[in-house]
Design a protein around this ligand. Structure first.
Ligand SMILES: *Cc1c(COP(=O)(O)O)cnc(C)c1O
Length: 405
């Protein structure tokens, strides 16, 4: 039995559970090998924020470190501390980076734990420096340039990038921080022809040059997420930061599927049939009666069944009456509204299905089952959100990755 999302034991699988996510760590290993080959000599940061995009941050981190990742990345300091604790510390030479500094930044704990921290403003650099002073350990910081995304980071405009670099170098001279990186993030890397991509690369390079001219001695420059790494050859610099593609999902589904990219989706989400019964032709199904048993099913009606997963378990309500599922090797559509704890499938008039039969919501797609990308299209979202929204209470079971869990 595998470890839970943050390293604890999963719930007893003998208990009736609504469903489970099976995570194939060998798929993650293979995806990392493909991505590392694209990254050339650059180091590899496995992005395991949001509980490893729903896959479980700690087992994924272990598999990634075994596959040659030397960096782990998460958003929050609290996530980083939880991952580091569950791993029992990082292997020699490995680094753990965090980049969202909120009101309760927990920066002293970050300094004590030796985390790498991304900073976007002189005020953040100062807060990190104060915390480092209290902890008695200089924090390694990566200065974030807003090369065009317009989110976090210091933009070159109005001297803001220069001000961040100058302040961080002053704090470094005081022994409070160590400026180790310059980094950035793309706005439109999933649209490779978008003019912002090249403009951002140029702004990034100019920002690196300026930081070095001001005296920064950089260990790493990094900008590439999954889409950038998969669509361009000039974005790896010293370190790449893929998330989604490592989990085997395509960040550019309109241009290339996961299979076309050579990626293997790591997660299979499965459940089972709960209540199986017959409903007559014309009978409405689930809230709002969005679906009715078709008129043509004949006098014996149609076999319908509930599946005990709902939006309380991360199943998108916006996928109502649209998302595909696989039952007994057959591809079916989810019928009517997704409810809080269940949804309904119509198995047809001739079905002999019984309660307990396995239902696959999505998986790698190698056996006719739908994929997380299919669910994303049905729900009107992106595959990132399909796996990331799966809650902690949903059991995860791990296969593969033997020897590194
Ligand atoms: C989430 C994230 C990534 C990974 O992005 P993907 O599109 O999943 O590859 C990389 N860098 C930063 C700063 C991120 O927040």
């Amino acid at each position: 039995m595998g470890a839970g999302p943050m390293g604890g034991e999963v719930a007893d699988l003998a208990r009736p559970m609504p469903g489970r996510a099976i995570i194939n760590l060998d798929a993650i290993t293979a995806n990392i090998a493909l991505l590392r080959a694209k990254a050339g000599r650059a180091a590899f940061m496995a992005v395991v924020k949001a509980n490893g995009y729903g896959h479980g941050a700690v087992p994924v981190a272990r598999a990634a470190l075994a596959a040659g990742a030397t960096w782990l990345g998460v958003a929050q300091v609290s996530e980083a501390l939880a991952v580091a604790r569950a791993l029992g510390g990082l292997p020699d030479g490995a680094r753990l980076m965090t980049w969202i500094i909120g009101a309760n930044g927990n920066l002293r704990a970050a300094a004590q734990a030796g985390l790498d921290v991304g900073v976007s403003t002189p005020g953040q650099a100062e807060a990190v420096a104060v915390a480092s002073g209290e902890a008695g350990a200089a924090t390694r910081v990566h200065l974030k340039i807003d090369s065009g995304l317009g989110r976090a980071g210091a933009p070159p405009a109005f001297g803001q990038w220069e001000a961040l670099v100058r302040r961080a170098l002053e704090l470094e001279a005081d022994g409070l921080v160590k400026v180790v990186g310059v980094w950035s993030h793309f706005a439109c890397s999933d649209d490779p022809g978008h003019p912002s991509v090249v403009a951002q690369l140029e702004a990034f390079q100019a920002g690196v040059d300026q930081a070095q001219a001001l005296g920064a001695r950089l260990e790493v420059r990094h900008i590439a997420n999954s889409a950038a790494l998969l669509t361009r050859d000039d974005v790896s610099f010293d370190l790449v930061r893929p998330g989604l593609a490592m989990y085997g999902l395509s960040p550019i589904p309109d241009l290339a599927s996961a299979a076309q990219l050579g990626l293997v989706p790591a997660m299979t989400l499965e459940s089972h049939l709960a209540t199986v019964k017959r409903l007559p032709a014309g009978h409405g199904v689930s809230y709002g009666h969005l679906y009715h048993v078709p008129a043509g099913v004949g006098p014996a009606g149609s076999v319908t069944a509930t599946v005990p997963l709902g939006y309380g378990d991360g199943i998108f309500r916006s996928a109502s009456d649209a998302a595909p599922v696989q039952v007994g090797g057959r591809r079916l559509r989810l019928c009517g509204r997704v409810c809080m704890d269940q949804f309904v499938v119509d198995l047809g008039p001739d079905s002999t299905a019984e309660a307990g039969e396995r239902v696959v919501l999505f998986g790698p797609g190698l056996d006719g089952e739908p994929t997380a990308q299919d669910w994303a299209e049905a729900a009107g979202t992106i595959s990132y959100e399909i796996t990331t929204r799966l809650p902690a209470h949903l059991p995860r079971e791990y296969v593969g990755g033997v020897g590194n869990r």
